[in-house]
Ligand binder design. Structure first.
Ligand code: HEC
Length: 106
């Protein structure tokens, strides 16, 4: 019994710790991904450029999206268009976008 109690306490502590991070706002993310749809074909929107490969980002893991966008922003991951997109985003916007995209069905 004592052990279970300790696990519960750790879980609460972890939740509190993660709440301190920039929390993504899905509703805001939804308005921010408007410009991404032409290329990424978020469900409900047509892919404007079917002739070259664009990765699916709808339903992608939240942390993966954050990492990818930060890598484009820093130049660690190179792609002219995505670099330009990411450079214009704040860390909060990246968190909002990731929260929204990861909430979508694949
Ligand atoms: C002009 C077309 C275009 C637009 C607009 C665009 N992207 Fe991209 N995006 C791409 C392409 C092409 C890639 C693949 C690049 C590469 O190979 O690294 C990509 C890659 C990505 C990745 C990495 C995916 C993976 O699986 O590794 C993410 C995340 C992403 N885009 C998010 C966004 C978001 C969010 C927006 C809107 C703010 C956006 N993109 C707008 C074309 C676009």
């Amino acid at each position: 019994m004592k052990r279970l109690h300790l696990v519960g306490l750790i879980a609460v502590a972890l939740c509190a710790a993660s709440a301190a991070h920039a929390e993504g706002d899905k509703a805001r993310g939804r308005t921010l991904v408007y410009t991404c749809n032409g290329c990424h074909g978020v469900p409900g929107y047509a892919n404007a450029y079917p002739d070259y490969h664009v990765p699916h980002i709808a339903g992608q893991n939240e942390q993966y999206i954050v990492n990818a966008l930060k890598a484009y922003k820093s130049g660690e991951r190179k792609h002219p268009t995505m670099g330009a997109q990411a450079q214009s985003m704040s860390d909060q916007e990246i968190a909002d976008i990731a929260a929204y995209l990861s909430s979508l069905a694949k």
